[in-house]
Design a protein around this ligand. Sequence first.
Ligand code: FAD
Length: 491
Amino acid sequence: MAVNSMHFKFVVVGGGIAGVTCVEQLSSEFPSADVALITAASHIKAVANFKKVSHTLEEFDVEERPSSTLQEKFPNITVIQSAVRSLCTDTHTLQTEDGRSVGYKKLCICSGARPKLLTQDQPNVLGVRDTDSVQEFQKRLSSAKRILVVGNGGIALELVFEVGGCEVVWAVKDKAIGNTFFDAGAAQFLIPSLEAQRPARAAVCKRARYTTEEAPDGGGDQRRAGSGPTDTGSALGPDWHEGFLLRGAEESSQGVRVEYECEVQEIFTSLDHLRSPPPPESDYGCWPVYVQLTNEKIVGCDFIVSATGVVPNTDAFLLGNNFALAGDGGLRVDDHMRTSEPDVYAAGDVCSACWEPSPLWQQMRLWTQARQMGWFAGRSMAANVLTQPIELDFCFELFSHITKFFNYKVVILGKFNAQGLGVDHELLVRCTKGQEYVKVVLRGGKMVGAVLIGETDLEETFENLILNQMDLTPYKDELLNPNIDIEDYFD
Ligand code: FAD
């Protein structure tokens, strides 16, 4: 065998939360097997302080660690730090950028996803994905007076809230903010938080963070250039903005202006490039970049943050192989996390769950699901080798997510936005301004989803009610009555 040719029983690609969880699972099931983790980044992401909040809700911190810590804990893991250049599923071999050939018996691809940028070659359009790209964002922000944030998912929500000392124009394609997570009612509840004066702070980071020092050879600059769509760093996760002071050039908070129901039509660097010249009375100011929105408005700003979703990182694996891809570009996986290619599994942001899901679960490219999928892929690969049967894990029974938006605790359960229910549902809402927002989705009298914002203390009871599908028709009027202790009620 050539020096740069290696062979392992299990190979996992990607040092994000899915890949690391998968490789740890495999290594603990087969402590004497050869297991390799191939990852492009110098640091891995590890789950720390894992806490089960209820049957399905879980909370954890994420630590960025040198990959050597993985090898110290699991001596049978070899970490290869290089990007995968290509895969040949016929010969079960991967080629890495640094010229190695790595053979496998079973492979799990956990290469994550990258930001879907509005445009590739405009230096004034930034994506936010990993530590380096947040640092680049922070640097550009420090001299900015106005930025445009485009997108309506979790990243945009967190960004607009965290940025201070700079005017933020927020372009959302929907009628309400945060459409990925809430409905218009919840958005209405949160809007005052955007208007309130927010503290200037760089909160203490709960997670250990190892910074990649700028290399004397200019490697740091290369990394910054890589904060765009082809970067291979791991995605950030919960609390990603903690520890970063996100302040613009102005002394005071400049507020957020939301432009609803619009998208970016065109980006240009000079008003001379406008197709039809602006009316003489219009004054757009002098900015490095201008954006024409589909609502006809023109916004001049220092730079644009493109937070319009992600694209699964599949490029290195497709050529010459026969992977079935989902509509969103992810590798299709079945209920054993198997792709369409033999002996190749996938987990996390790179994959698309294509099994018949439980009526209360849907895939969302989130931290928790990356962990659950990575863990289940590891278990499933092990079961295959041991020729043992394995069933889809309970964590895929009910969608559940716990996070923080605008400093409020947010819990979302099941079909929280009545996804796929058409008109066949009923909503119950309780809202106390500045304190809590509770929404319940009922179908046929049974609870199928919920959004809980604030310290509601209802998550466990509601999770149980969703899981046991009790007919709540007789209790509907009392369900959100704040004077009734609902936990006792259903005890
Ligand atoms: P990643 O973490 O992206 O890891 C992919 C790994 O693959 C990396 O190590 C990379 O180096 C490696 N890789 C890629 N290509 C190759 C290659 N060709 N060869 C070798 N290695 C390769 N989720 C939440 O639940 N809550 C949040 O609050 C939240 N906030 C977020 C904020 C931001 C700014 C972003 C970008 C994402 C956020 N997410 C959040 C989403 C969450 O971070 C992702 O869902 C999760 O990290 C996906 O994990 P993963 O392991 O699948 O992929």
